[in-house]
Design a protein around this ligand. Structure first.
Ligand code: ISE
Length: 347
């Protein structure tokens, strides 16, 4: 990072990958994040990159993601490219000493995620933050504060429902674990503050709305280090809207979030009701905004403020066990490497 530019002006950010999320992040950096601005975009689809660059003043296209990361005008990097590109791109950020906010997954397998953890450890500076945005959602933050306050006693069980109205046609049952359940993995680690040690996946009769071969819905069970249980109902073809609910059952009470308890509206069809967010960009829009602002503020102080590379590695390792459990129909244990002393957990 060029320290001068950060001390005297905005943090200049390259966004690698400008699909749906990356494009959102360019706008977020341009319109809703202070102390930072997007300066470079890079995407395998150059036309898309040019279109995004043209929509924001002062943004250049650099086709090659590694040239974008290395560019002297770039102080920090946001990676929103497909997951299989993350490993090399995050390592390139480390090589150039550039802070990086990497969308999940950190990498697509535990071994390469661990390599990233080790590379950062060797560097001796924490440059990697992983984009688990739910930690920044005000409702999840409130749930975490409640658990930490001890007001409901020790949390014993967590029930999660993760429902998507639809998924793209290429979505597989393995992706249901790696792309969707991964959020509940991070939420579990965040809320309970301990590692997940085993995963079981059950696949009941599939919905007639699910494409052939997609095990939808599925039930996933996590066991944690101290013996607590977390169940996840994952249903990605509900045809309804985007619904993410989490209920924590404690020794002296319970607490739930995700009830869409916003505005109650009467409609022309003589119904009264609450709006359910249609997708994750709407449901977690505020969380993404908070995540970006806190990341930028932290980078300007020379640190991170959120899930670390270790958190990214642990999530990948749990998902790997989840895929094993799905494929074998049996409980799968999570094998985690020894945690480096320097691996800070995010907040
Ligand atoms: C998607 O990749 C996400 O990250 C969403 O938060 C999740 O709800 C969805 O199931 C995933 O496909």
């Amino acid at each position: 990072m060029t320290e001068n530019s950060v001390a005297t002006g905005d943090l200049r950010v390259a966004v690698i990958g400008v699909g749906v999320m990356g494009t959102d992040h360019v706008n977020r950096l341009h319109r809703r994040t202070s102390g930072a601005r997007p300066v470079v975009v890079s995407d395998a689809f150059v036309e898309k990159a040019s279109e995004v660059a043209a929509s924001v003043p002062g943004v250049r296209v650099i086709e090659d993601p590694f040239a974008a990361i290395a560019d002297p005008e770039v102080d920090a990097v946001v990676i929103a490219s497909p997951g299989m590109k993350h490993h090399e791109q995050v390592l390139a950020c480390l090589e150039h000493g550039k802070p990086v906010l990497c969308e999940k997954p950190l990498t697509t397998d535990a071994e390469s995620s661990l390599e990233v953890v080790r590379a950062e450890e060797k560097l001796g500076r924490q440059l990697i933050q992983v984009g688990f945005m739910r930690r920044f959602d005000p409702e999840y933050a409130a749930l975490k504060s409640l658990i930490d306050s001890g007001d409901i006693g020790r949390a014993l069980l967590v029930h999660c429902a993760h429902r998507n109205p639809s998924v793209p046609p290429y979505f597989t049952s393995e992706m249901m674990i790696n792309d969707s359940v991964v959020h509940e993995v991070d939420v579990t680690r965040f809320l309970l503050g301990e590692e997940i040690t085993a995963v079981t996946v059950l696949t009941p009769t599939s919905s007639s709305e699910a494409p052939e071969g997609l095990a939808d819905p599925m039930l996933v069970l996590f066991e944690t280090e101290s013996g607590r249980l977390v169940d996840v109902e994952l249903h990605v073809t509900t045809t309804v809207a985007y619904e993410v609910r989490t209920e924590v059952v404690g020794e002296r009470g319970s607490a739930m979030i995700g009830l869409d308890t916003g505005l109650v509206r009467s409609g022309g069809d003589a119904r009264r009701g609450r709006q359910i967010t249609p997708g994750f960009r709407e449901r977690f829009g505020t969380a993404y905004d908070i995540e970006f602002q806190r990341w930028v503020d932290a980078v300007r102080r020379g640190t991170i403020d959120g899930p670390s590379a270790w958190d990214g590695y642990a999530a990948t390792a749990v998902c790997e066990a989840g895929v094993r459990a799905l494929q074998t129909g049996r409980r799968a244990e999570v094998s985690l490497a020894e945690r480096p002393v320097t691996a800070l957990s995010g907040r």
